[in-house]
Structure formats: structure tokens, C-alpha cells
Write a protein that binds this ligand. Sequence first.
Ligand SMILES: [Zn+2]
Length: 250
Amino acid sequence: MSPLWSSLKARVSNRLARHLCATPHRLLNTQPMVSFTFDDAPVSAATTGAGMLEEHSARGTFYVSGGLADSWSGNWTAIGAEHIVSLHRRGHEIACHTFSHTRATDLTAATMAAEIESNRRYLLALDPSIKIENFAYPYGTGSVWRKGQLGKIFRSSRGILPGVNSDTVDLQYLRAMPLIDGQVDHDSIERAFDEAIDRKGWVIFYSHDVATKPSLYGCSPSLLRHALEAASRRKIHNLSIADALRAAGV
Ligand SMILES: [Zn+2]
């Protein structure tokens, strides 16, 4: 597939996916909520990031691509067996990306099914008690063609369309805010939490590595600390995606 065609298809499909709601659900949570999610699960997210969440008695969601396990991406090394099992045993959620990290818009129904099956097999071989309930679109690219399929397999799929989830949401295109230095500042985090309180909303953050000098896609410990403390100060419930969905009646 030519890169130009792939990118055009991704743009059109992602745009349509925003508007065509596959799985509308009215959130029934009685309290505002926040979830911290880490895509591709760099080692620093599983060590520094998870440790900081635990200091706040919180648990995060780690969207794993089994095909990237233990490998260097150019920006970080992704977690493998040891970290995945450790995160799971400590109560963090292990969730699904595509196995090879191919974007959803480049997959047919058959190749998407194969990607999910490979990831499921990889994770369950590490620990059969891992429950794989939720998905995040690689590169945040939603697919209008794959949403219905994902909705039959997962309770939710998360993109990177910014905004606070509230009232009726599309479970197969949950909104998320970057927790990425250079893309978000302290004020916008505070504003998102204020909106969550006003509308009983659900703020989902996405990030990658957690490092003093993060990649262009990750966050510093100080940015993560700011978000954790701002949520704690407001007594916003800090839950994994799976637990937040349960609180929202999904
Ligand atoms: Zn990813």
C-alpha cells in the first residue's frame, strides 16, 4: 500500500469515525473520574509511571502491542513479559493495541481479527488471568470501518480526539487528552478537571514514556505529578479504563 493512499485513507476514516457513533452510551457515573493510560507501554511507564500512580493509590491502563515487546522503538524500549505480568499482578489494566502496531485504517476485518488474536494469545500465555477488555487505536487513528468490529470484541476503544467524556459518549471512540510535555500545560489540565466536576465527566489522559527528558510523545514525572495531584485535590476518582467503565454502568 502506498504511504500516500494509507495516509489519505486514515484521515478520511478517522474523520468519519468521529461522527458516526458505533456504540452510544450514556455515562452513569455519579462522580467525576480520571484515567491515566500509556500506549505501547514503554519500560519507564511501567516503572516510574506506574509507581507514581500507586503512590496515589491509583492504577493505570497500559495498551500493549505484543509484537513490540522488549524492542526499541527509536524513542523507548517497550515492556515485555516481566513488566506485563508485574503490572497485572499489581492491579494495573493490561489492554490491547494491535499486535504489530499497524493502524486500524490499514487493516481489513480479517487482518484486524488476526492482530487481536495474536495479541490475546501473547498476553494470555504470560498470565491467563489477564482480562483483555479495552482497545486503543494505534496512532490514535480511529477507523470508521473497524469500529463495529471492535465494538463486538471490546468494551471500549480509545482515540486521541481531545475533550472530556461526558453525557452520551461513543464507547468505540473515547476522547483523550495528551499528557505530553509541549502539548499540554498545567492550566489546561486544571480546566479539564473543572469541566469534569461540572459535568460529572471522565478525563482520560494518554501518554507513552515517563522520563525527565521524555520523547516527543511522553511526559516528565513533574507533569504526571501535577495531573495526579490536581485530581487528588479535587477528589476526582482515579481509575483504570476498565474500572471507570464499570463505574459508568458499561
Ligand atoms: Zn501506540
